[in-house]
Design a protein around this ligand. Sequence first.
Ligand code: AMP
Ligand code: MG
Length: 304
Amino acid sequence: MGKNGKNGNGKNGGGKNGKNDPAGWLTPAVTALRVGAVGPIAGFDADSTPGFSGSRELGEQLLAERGEVLADLQELLYANGRAGDNRSVLLVLQGMDTAGKGGIVRHVGGLLDPQGLAIKGFGKPTPEELEHDFLWRVHKALPPAGRLGIFDRSHYEDVLPVRVHNLVPQSEWEKRYAIINQFEKELVESGTTVIKCALVVSKAEQKARLTERLERPDKYWKYNPGDIDERGFWDDYLQAYQAIFDRCDSDTAPWFLIPANHKWFARLAVCELLISALSGLDLDWPPADFDVATELERIRSLDD
Ligand code: AMP
Ligand code: MG
């Protein structure tokens, strides 16, 4: 496992892996995709690949390679969690219908050890959830020590559809930006690294993906007639997204804008962002809490 040790030195971020240059990342994903660098969302090109100059083929090959780096880092995080380190990582995924949130969970999460993951999807709040404050269900789903949590939708839904449709009065949803900032600040202070990714598809790409869901019986399950109604509020959603970027992006809990018309790019980008987040923890293998020489001696003296 010697190669894993290298991941503790914090030098794996941003695709700066000698052999990946020069055709891959020209600017590290953490810099190229930060909302402040690529926004506003209204004029955002969902076909673009900010910071990355390579082809789809290279992108797919890189995802396989970088996925291994990420898996090694996740194992380090998990090992440290088992050894009493309280740190964890939380990836928040947002995006309009068909943006590919589920695909990120499957294709990036799928590169990792399921034991070390804590995946939670947030749908319409249940009657019980509605009886509590909007962060109640979020608190319950936070990743335990040593885990990589993935939220497929999140507390941001409470200022996205809720804002667009005034599901609670504006006086109430207005307060939520500050509440979310405070919540995330405390989360980070208590040892959770937070990164937030908004996947962006173009209107045309969404139409194509919705159509595909109706053309293939194996995709019917993903189709929700309500998605067409939501599409009618496209510009309102763009405004609501811009508001979360303007009000809830910070160096402690940054927002990234991920162009997602090319699924391969979105997956590669999220993988790189996770590598950066985990590298930043500067993890190393936890030391043995037993005497290695003594244990080896005990094993040597066992019967075959
Ligand atoms: P899906 O991700 O396709 O399973 O859809 C989940 C649905 O639940 C989406 O339409 C979301 O906008 C909706 N949703 C999630 N959280 C909330 C919330 N807090 N308030 C209202 N709608 C929500
Ligand atoms: Mg859906």
